[in-house]
Design a protein around this ligand. Structure first.
Ligand SMILES: Cc1cc2nc3c(=O)[nH]c(=O)nc-3n(C[C@H](O)[C@H](O)[C@H](O)COP(=O)(O)OP(=O)(O)OC[C@H]3O[C@@H](n4cnc5c(N)ncnc54)[C@H](O)[C@@H]3O)c2cc1C
Length: 263
């Protein structure tokens, strides 16, 4: 509602809803041909142009008119003055960040870091009855059907000589003209009171060998390719394929933790 007020000066959910409804009708899109048309048909032109277009094009490195409509099934719009991005009851990160949590979970478990499964595949397959594989599924099968596409991001980090740079842990930049998508100010995750501040600008790009694959590109072409690999994986009783790279699916942290129970 704060956004709708800033956009249109509306103060009640009813006014905001009727503004969106009017823009949806004005657009007159019945069968969206691409992501742009789909988004406008869901939330109207203003929200699409100010909040979705530039951010999506930066994130995916593709124009919204060239992205398929089905990527966006729905665009959640919330008519409350609560500025939280998610509706979850509990939101946050573990005290001290994720390292203490992971260290605790793995305490007493033999762990090897910086060890590529593929560099010594035969050895790892020999020592285990069951393997949980969380790497790239196409690489697991030596790319036999072709390469899946992934997106990645890189960060430019700097220490600034001010106490508080942006007043929040994350600020999103939705406009196309600014090439980073987000600025992270790390101290705000744990209410830091240091005299200086560390800030990371996030730049999305296409994944290439040597960088870390982060997001699957779940368009029609890649999903079809993934299904070919999945058919092989379903027939692999000694290996459990889990996570965003092995299941070629976007997961948030809470979803991935829940998903582990199903493995
Ligand atoms: C920039 C960014 C921001 C995010 N922000 C949020 C957020 O705010 N909230 C939220 O809920 N989620 C967020 N996520 C999503 C979150 O990171 C994922 O949900 C979570 O990490 C998925 O867990 P996973 O086990 O599927 O994959 P990963 O955490 O990627 O684990 C896969 C593991 O497999 C290892 N691996 C891969 N290949 C090999 C190999 N060949 N040999 C050995 N090891 C290998 C990798 O090193 C990695 O440790 C974010 C993700 C990114 C990229």
């Amino acid at each position: 509602m704060n956004t709708f007020y800033a956009l249109w000066g509306v103060k009640t959910p009813e006014e905001a809803m009727s503004q969106i409804e009017k823009q949806r009708k004005d657009a007159g899109i019945t069968a969206p041909k691409n992501l742009e048309e789909q988004a406008i048909s869901l939330v109207g032109k203003d929200i699409y142009e100010i909040l979705i277009k530039g951010y999506t094009e930066k994130q995916w490195g593709r124009k919204c008119t060239e992205l398929p409509a089905f990527i966006i099934q729905r665009l959640p719009v919330r008519f409350t003055f609560n500025n939280n991005y998610f509706n979850d009851i509990y939101q946050g990160i573990p005290v001290g960040g994720y390292n203490p949590l992971i260290n605790g979970l793995l305490s007493g478990v033999e762990t090897k870091c910086n060890t590529d499964f593929f560099a010594n595949r035969e050895y790892f397959e020999r020592i285990a009855d069951k393997t949980v594989f969380t790497g790239k599924i196409d690489e697991f099968y030596n790319y036999r059907f072709g390469k899946l596409e992934y997106r990645t991001v890189r960060w430019e980090t700097e220490v600034l000589d001010c106490e508080n740079y942006q007043g929040n842990a994350v600020v999103n930049y939705t406009e196309r003209e600014i090439s980073h998508t987000r600025v992270i100010e790390h101290k705000h995750f744990e209410f830091g009171a240091q005299p200086q501040t560390v800030v990371s600008k996030e730049y999305p790009s296409e994944w290439q060998a040597g960088s870390e694959p982060m997001y699957p590109v779940n368009d029609e072409k890649n999903n079809a390719l993934y299904q070919q690999y999945k058919r092989l994986a379903d027939d692999e009783p000694a290996v459990l394929f889990g996570g965003r790279l092995a299941e070629y699916k976007y997961y948030d942290m809470d979803e991935i933790i829940e998903n582990v129970g199903g493995l």
